[in-house]
Design a protein around this ligand. Structure first.
Ligand SMILES: Nc1ncnc2c1ncn2[C@@H]1O[C@H](COP(=O)(O)OP(=O)(O)OP(=O)(O)O)[C@@H](O)[C@H]1O
Ligand SMILES: [Mg+2]
Length: 241
């Protein structure tokens, strides 16, 4: 039987169209925006407001989240955030689950939407994995970043908003915010863990100033939305006022 080796190059003629443009490093007609930040920074509320605003302007928009965004991804989310009793995830297994959910999400949801010219609003993406698993869990920022780069095959955000909030403020919002459920496995980590993550996000933002916009998420929701819209409006596939 023919042995496949890891170094074997794919035959480009056999690749589906999406993988061809990934190899050509061509970007897409849509706009890929990710929202990052610690627990309770306001990512989900902001995405909901942006979604309403942009669809109101006649744009085609999808709002999606990680881990999740696909039926498989949502199952993986449950394993990650609320694992069954007796299951203790190791740091590397946790990382692989996030990446598996991401691969499925890219292929099933994100790439088709970007190719169709849609605006994709994604609640967390690679930067969360780098900050949480790379810095928070101590697997190493560069190690996790390299794995993310390999898995995403060029499908990475055009624009990222990092909502910066002090962990104690964010966690207080989550616990008092009326979400009606107990803190999940990651939210329940120590304050020191959440502080490491914030530093991780700062490191990422410092390295990629063009892509990552830091937003002070201690401001009220209206101020946060206004600052984000100011940037997003410059980058939309179809201009609005
Ligand atoms: N700028 C803000 N000021 C005060 N409270 C806010 C602000 N933005 C969001 N909140 C409130 O804080 C709580 C958490 O917000 P939200 O769920 O949007 O955060 P998140 O970043 O998505 O959190 P998680 O990491 O848990 O998904 C909610 O009750 C929300 O209404
Ligand atoms: Mg949220």
């Amino acid at each position: 039987m023919r042995q496949l080796t890891a170094r074997q190059k794919p035959n480009r003629a056999l690749l589906p169209a999406t993988q061809k443009w990934r190899q050509n490093k061509r970007r897409w007609p849509g706009l890929f925006v990710s929202f990052e930040g610690g627990e309770g920074a306001g990512k989900s509320s902001l995405i909901a407001s942006l979604y309403d605003f942009l669809t109101g302007e006649g744009l085609e928009v999808i709002a999606t989240r990680e881990p999740g965004g696909t039926p498989l991804g949502e199952q993986i989310r449950e394993c990650l955030l609320n694992p069954n009793d007796g299951i203790t995830l190791t740091a590397r297994a946790e990382l692989c689950l996030f990446l598996a959910a991401r691969a499925q999400h890219i292929d099933e949801v994100i790439t088709p939407a970007l190719e169709a010219g849609k605006v994709v609003l994604c609640d967390r993406f690679n930067d969360s994995t780098i900050a949480y698993q790379g810095v928070g869990r101590g697997l190493g920022l560069d190690y996790v970043k390299q794995l993310c780069t390999l898995i995403c095959e060029g499908v990475t955000p055009d624009l990222t908003f990092y909502l910066d909030v002090a962990p104690e403020v964010g966690l207080h919002r989550v616990s008092k915010g009326g979400r009606g459920s107990a803190l999940d496995r990651i939210e329940s980590e120590t304050l020191a863990f959440h502080e490491r993550i914030r530093k991780g996000f700062y490191q990422i933002a410092a390295k990629e100033k063009e892509r990552v916009h830091i937003i002070d998420a201690h401001q009220n929701r209206e101020e946060v939305l206004e600052q984000v819209l100011e940037v997003v409006k410059q980058r939309l596939p179809k201009p609005i006022q």
